[in-house]
Write a protein that binds this ligand. Sequence first.
Ligand SMILES: *Cc1c(COP(=O)(O)O)cnc(C)c1O
Length: 379
Amino acid sequence: MTESRKSHRFDTVALHAGLGDDPTGAVAPPIHLSTTYSRRPDGELRGDFVYSREGNPNRRALETALAQLEGGAHGFAFASGLAAMHALFQTLDPGDHVLIPEDLYHGTKVLLTGPLSRWGLEVSVVESGSLGAIERALTPRTRLVMAETPSNPQLFTTDIEATARIAHAAGAQLAVDNTWMTPVWQRPLELGADAVVHSSTKYFGGHSDVMGGAVVTADGGPTSERLLDIQAHAGAVPSPFDCWLLRRGLMTLGVRVRAQSRTAERLARFLLEHPTVEWVGYPGLESDPGHAVTRRQATGFGAMLSFRVSGGFDGAARFASRVELFTCATSLGGVESLLEHRALVEGPDSKTPDDLLRVSVGLEDPEDLIADLSAALVP
Ligand SMILES: *Cc1c(COP(=O)(O)O)cnc(C)c1O
C-alpha cells in the first residue's frame, strides 16, 4: 500500500500504514536490530537512517501508523507512556503554567510533583470535566491544558471541543491522554486538540507484554520540533523489538477494542442492576453524566469501567479477593480482564473513593465474566 492513499479506513490503516514491501518478500515485517546505518565513501547515507536513537525502520513504521490512526501530522514513539508525557511537558519552558484535571492517571501526577518538579512548571489542578474550572484557572502564562476523557479511574467526561476552544482563546494548547478510548473510538485532534498522548503499553500493545508511549501532534509546529529534538537527544526511545510488537498490536487494535467495549457495556449494565453495587462509572450508560458528551465526541464508549460496592474499603477488598477470572493487577488494555482496588494502590493522598474497583475488560466470553462478577458480589 502506498502512503499517499489516505482514504483508507481505520482497520486498513492499522494493518498497512508505514509498512512497505520488504525486498526479501517477507510478509511479516523484519526487526531491524542494527544501531547504526552505513554511508557510501563520499559520506552519503545509503538509506534513510543514521543511528537508531534518532530513528530506525521499526520505529518509523510505528510512528507513521500512529500519526495516521490519530489523524495527526507526526507520531513520536517513546519507551513508556510517562516518557511520552515527560517529553510533552519538556516542550514547555520553566515558568510556563499547566492545567491538569483532578482525576488523572496517577503516574502523571507523580511525574509532575516528583522528577519534573525541578523543571519549574507551574501546575494547577482543576475539577475534572468542568469547563468553568478551566476558564477560571487560566492565566496569561498558561501554555498547556491536559485532559483525560473518560478519566482514570473515576470515568469523568471532558468535552474536548469546548476545552480546545477555551484553551486556544487563552493562547494555550490542549493535549488529550487518549489511552483509554484509543483512536478506534475517539480522535481528539479532529476535535481541536493539539496533541494526543498515549500509553502504548495498554491497548496498542494489547497483550500486557510491551511498554511504550506516544505523542501525536496535529501539525508540524514548534511543539513537534521540540518533541523531535527531545526524542532524539534525551533518548527515551523504544527498542526496535518493542516497536515491532507495538506495530503488530495495532493490527488487531480495532477488533480487540470493539469486542472488549461490547463486553464492557454488558458488564456495566449487569453491575448497574446489582443490589450490592452502589455506583457504576461507564460513559455508555444513559444515566452516566458524561453520556451525551461522549456520544457526540466519540463513536464508542471504551472497555474501561469502575464501580463501587457496598461495604466500603473492606467490601471492595472482599470483592477483589473473590473474583477468579479477573486478575487483580494494575494496568489495562490487555486481552485478559484485570481488576484493581484503586485506593489500595494509590495510598493515603488518593482522592479516589476507597470502595472503587476499576476494571479493564478483556476478551473472555462475556457470560463467564458476568458469572464471575456475580459470584464475587455476594454480600
Ligand atoms: C498507563 C497510563 C499512563 C502511563 O503509561 P506507562 O506506559 O505506564 O508509562 C498514562 N496515562 C494513562 C491513561 C495510562 O493508563
